[in-house]
Design a protein around this ligand. Structure first.
Ligand SMILES: C[S@@+](CC[C@H](N)C(=O)[O-])C[C@H]1O[C@@H](n2cnc3c(N)ncnc32)[C@H](O)[C@@H]1O
Length: 349
């Protein structure tokens, strides 16, 4: 036993434990508007923030201290006041910021709540259904991925696909499969008013939310329906999109075959998947770590819980995804673009 190595590991683990604990406070601060109240009100004492947010001072005081100890907010000892820098506000307080991260903690909440079911699943090998998770999973996914779609999808990703933007500008037909709360669908529908968008998801609760979101955003060229990736209706789509959902499916090859059948001869299948390298060890980095952890608790069990149960996992990587598309009938497959968090892939017939 090397004592220096042991203490080095223990030091790291104190940081890790703190990060895991403080996540609970992030969810509560987001839910109660504590971050927003702090960001909007400038330097404040615990009493002032509690009054501003209609919460109890004693709890808010403890919350503020934990946030400051985490470096998520700032503390001015002379005035016993707390504030947020613009950067901290972008990450915790501003729902329109492209880097708001609070949704990730809602997913985490669902992951922790799934521990008893998952412990049993490790023993039995069974998968989980979407109803086995608390709803903070679905709202968390929408909150976590939505800002990236609003920031990148129309101006960054769609132009990297072959001839897709002109087709959508002229007026086409798009299926957004596994659309969740419909953030990607509505974002595209707003940008291309001549095109008709059809959002599909296996989860009825998500489709309800997507319909409400489209209505709230006043977008008329979009409809949402419950359907699976293997049975969604329609044909001759100019574009079929799968945002962060192919690896969640039990039968991604069956889904690929259905996309092939429903796509226009000259159409594109856009697959956005978590960034991953084909070589396992190359994914042992901070981004891969988040995805492996999420995959263990959510993506893998939900895939294993569906028919076929292929269980790609969230770190499948381009080579395995190419195999899925090829087995589904596609002859052309390429990486159109990427971000530190996403692979953007295009398959054509
Ligand atoms: C991680 S979420 C992504 C949601 C949304 N596309 C986004 O990026 O915010 C995965 C979605 O895939 C849906 N899904 C999983 N398996 C499916 C299937 N076989 N057919 C259709 N939707 C499916 C889930 O209900 C969930 O909404």
């Amino acid at each position: 036993m090397n004592e220096a190595k042991l203490y080095e590991l223990l030091g790291k683990m104190i940081t890790e434990l703190g990060a895991a604990y403080i996540g609970t406070s992030v969810v509560i601060g987001d839910e109660l508007g504590l971050y927003k109240g702090l960001a909007a009100g400038g330097a404040q004492t615990s009493s002032q923030l509690a009054e501003r947010t209609g919460t109890t001072e004693r709890y808010v005081r403890e919350w503020l201290a934990g946030q400051a100890a985490s470096g998520y907010i700032e503390y001015d000892a002379a005035n016993q006041a707390f504030h947020m820098t613009p950067e901290q506000a972008m990450v915790f307080a501003d729902d329109n910021s492209p880097v708001i991260l609070t949704g990730g903690y809602n997913i985490l909440q669902a992951a922790y709540a799934a521990i008893p079911n998952m412990t049993e699943a490790f023993r039995t090998g069974q998968g989980l259904g979407f109803t086995d998770y608390c709803n903070c999973l679905f709202c968390g996914v929408a909150k976590f991925f939505g800002p990236g779609y609003r920031a990148n999808l129309v101006s960054g990703w769609l132009p990297t696909l072959e001839g897709v933007v002109p087709r959508l500008q002229a007026g086409g037909k798009v299926a957004d499969v596994g659309c969740g709360y419909g953030i990607s669908t509505v974002t595209m529908a707003k940008a291309f008013p001549n095109t008709q968008f059809f959002g599909f998801d296996i989860h009825p609760g998500s489709i309800e939310q997507a319909r409400a979101y489209a209505q709230e955003q006043n977008v008329a060229n979009v409809t949402f329906d419950v359907a699976t990736a293997k049975n969604y209706p329609g044909s001759n789509y100019d574009l079929v999109t799968f945002f962060d959902c192919l690896h969640d499916m039990g039968d991604p090859v069956g889904a690929a075959a259905h996309v092939y059948e429903t796509l226009h001869d000259d159409g594109s299948w856009m697959i956005v998947e978590p960034m991953a390298h084909d070589d396992l060890a190359s994914n042992f980095n901070p981004v891969g770590r988040v995805y492996f952890a999420a995959s263990t608790m959510v993506c893998l069990p939900t895939s294993l819980g569906q028919e076929v149960g292929l269980g790609l996992g969230a770190q499948a990587g381009e080579a395995k995804l190419r195999d899925v598309a090829t087995q589904g009938g596609f002859t052309s497959f390429r990486r159109a673009t990427e971000t530190p968090f996403n692979l953007v892939l295009e398959a054509r017939r």
